[in-house]
Design a protein. Structure first.
Lengths: 305, 269
């Protein structure tokens, strides 16, 4: 509430203060930033998006984009990417959401709570090279769990490490960093639920499941779905984990982009990389737009406190 | 909800502890496994513990230069945040309210563009830089600064909104301060926490970045860890544990109250 008031006076002052401040020369002040971001962000972005609609000599064409959409390899990689992102987003959202609920129901300022939040913030960033090593040390050859499995359950899939290097292994790895991210994103929402809602439900004779079915779940759904969308984007754009775990080149769209880009393999094809990137950006933008729309609904009741 | 005074039913408690137990198992076993793995002998079949791999960290030829380079890059990124991004954000807030939307849009753009896509667009630029200027990985500071722009912007705009910087600026001007004094001497100290958070995020991001540097063939910290992993898994795991502890240490330096928010922001990537 105070923030809103500040913002209002702020912009009002901005208008009256303009006599002192505004002049054409003021625009020069943003020039260094504009040049820097132009070189390192805006132009590269533009070159990817425009490049997706060009052929190899730079003329307008949708041929490369059509080729990418129609190619079985790209399709396979794309649906693999969508599939693993959706799977790990849902798994991460459910497990992380439950864990966040368990945290909120504990002592709010307690050691366990603080420790879990700090650990979550480290582990959510843990994706990539080090995460791969952690799971190799767990389930890989001579890993902690696989050594135990070899001794006690030699027939089980855990005893062979091969499952780790495929889609199943990658799903387990991705879910590992989705859970803590979900905890971080979802905790504030759960904390903003008013105890009065539960009390009102109890006072009117509602059972626990009735409270969750009629009040809890309907109220949490928009932020839950929003958080799941964030997790989706998070794993959809992930590259490092897959790159270090799996050596197959065209397994996921990010891996396909990197192999189209690197000339080491011989057949470097930057236009193909741009077309693939364009497809990725479209997916991310759709997800982020949905997220923004959902957040707008959520902030209505979260901010009222 | 969650007040200690509220009595919890047996059902709730059982659920709570089952969830906590299972999730902790998932999250902590791989971490313990790393510790376990890094203290095994290089010859895996040999039983017992050893610090071989931890001692071998110091003898890795590429590792130390890579750490120095990555930290240097982080330092440059922090300087750019301090002397380019923050002043521009303040300037736009104060003098160019019309540009606020456009500025916000630029700052949030990296959220819609995954790192793997930015690499596609920026590869020609870095090819040019490495041919004509320098092959040093430190030049990655340019793209890294852009990557953390959304998080910097968020922590900044939150602090800028909560302080009435217009009144501050006008008061300072009335008392005779010039523009750079207003920005660097008056406003920046008041939004100190936002800036500090942004800087910690910069270190964490630069030390953890792999996608861009790997594709562009630059030997940064993570790329070197992956490279060590190809020849000696134990040592790579030991390095990972060490750097994990380092990041945890950095995060603990951020004041508790602010940490949650700042870290939340970085994860929205």
């Amino acid at each position: 509430m105070t923030q809103l008031q500040y913002r209002r006076t702020g912009s009002a002052n901005g208008r009256t203060g303009s006599r002192y401040w505004r002049s054409k020369r003021a625009y020069l002040g943003v020039l260094p930033f504009l040049i820097f971001s132009g070189v390192f962000l805006l132009y590269p972005t533009w070159s990817v998006i425009s490049g997706a609609f060009q052929d190899k000599v730079g003329k307008f064409s949708t041929a490369e984009l059509r080729a990418v959409v129609n190619s079985p390899i790209s399709r396979h990689a794309f649906f693999n990417s969508i599939g693993i992102s959706a799977k790990t987003a849902i798994a991460g959202a459910i497990i992380g959401g439950l864990f966040a609920w368990a945290l909120v129901n504990g002592k709010p300022g307690g050691f366990f709570y603080k420790f879990s939040v700090a650990l979550s913030s480290v582990l959510a960033q843990f994706g990539g090279v080090m995460l791969t090593f952690a799971f190799l040390a767990t389930f890989g050859f001579h890993g902690l769990v696989s050594t135990l499995a070899v001794r006690f359950a030699p027939g089980s899939f855990l005893a062979q490490s091969s499952w780790l290097y495929g889609m199943n292994g990658l799903t387990v790895l991705y879910t590992f960093f989705q859970i803590p991210l979900m905890v971080l994103v979802f905790l504030p929402t759960l904390q903003n639920m008013k105890p009065q809602w539960r009390e009102a439900s109890d006072a009117l004779g509602g059972k626990a499941w009735e409270y969750w079915l009629r009040v809890g779940i309907p109220i949490l759904t928009p932020s839950f779905v929003g958080a799941a969308l964030l997790l989706f984007v998070n794993s959809f754009s992930a590259y490092a984990t897959a790159n270090t775990l799996i050596s197959m080149a065209d397994f996921l769209t990010p891996l396909e982009i990197s192999s189209a880009l690197s000339s080491e393999v011989g057949g470097a094809n930057p236009t193909e990389a741009k077309a693939l990137s364009f497809v990725m950006v479209v997916v991310v933008i759709i997800a982020m737009t949905l997220y923004t729309l959902l957040r707008r609904r959520v902030t209505k009741w979260e901010k009222q406190r | 909800m969650g007040k200690a005074t509220m009595k919890q039913s047996w059902g709730t408690r059982l659920w709570r502890w089952t969830i906590i137990f299972l999730v902790s198992l998932y999250l902590l076993v791989p971490l313990y496994a790393m510790l376990d793995f890094s203290t095994k002998h290089f010859a895996m079949a040999r039983p017992g513990r050893t610090l071989e791999s931890w001692k071998a960290i110091t003898t890795q030829p590429d590792l130390f230069p890579a750490i120095v380079r990555s930290l240097t890059t982080a330092g440059i990124v922090m300087a750019l945040i301090l002397f380019l991004i923050v002043p521009t954000a303040i300037w736009v807030h104060l003098k160019l309210p019309k540009l606020r939307r456009a500025f916000e849009l630029i700052c949030l753009l990296p959220l819609a563009i995954p790192a793997i896509v930015i690499v596609v667009g920026i590869a020609p630029l870095y090819r040019w830089i490495s041919i004509h200027l320098t092959e040093s990985p430190i030049t990655l500071f340019g793209v890294y600064t852009m990557l953390i722009l959304p998080y910097t912007y968020r922590s900044l705009s939150a602090s800028l909104d909560s302080v009435d910087i217009h009144t501050l600026a006008e008061a300072a001007q009335t008392l005779g301060a010039n523009t750079s004094r207003i920005i660097f001497g008056i406003i920046m100290p008041t939004i100190k926490t936002g800036i500090i958070n942004g800087s910690f995020i910069a270190i964490a991001l630069v030390l953890g970045e792999y996608t861009i540097s790997n594709i562009l063939n630059y030997k940064t910290f993570q790329v070197v860890i992956a490279q060590i992993g190809r020849s000696n898994g134990n040592v790579a795991v030991a390095v990972s544990v060490a750097s994990l502890l380092f990041v945890l240490f950095i995060l603990l330096l951020i004041p508790t109250k602010k940490r949650h928010r700042a870290v939340l922001d970085v994860d929205v990537a």
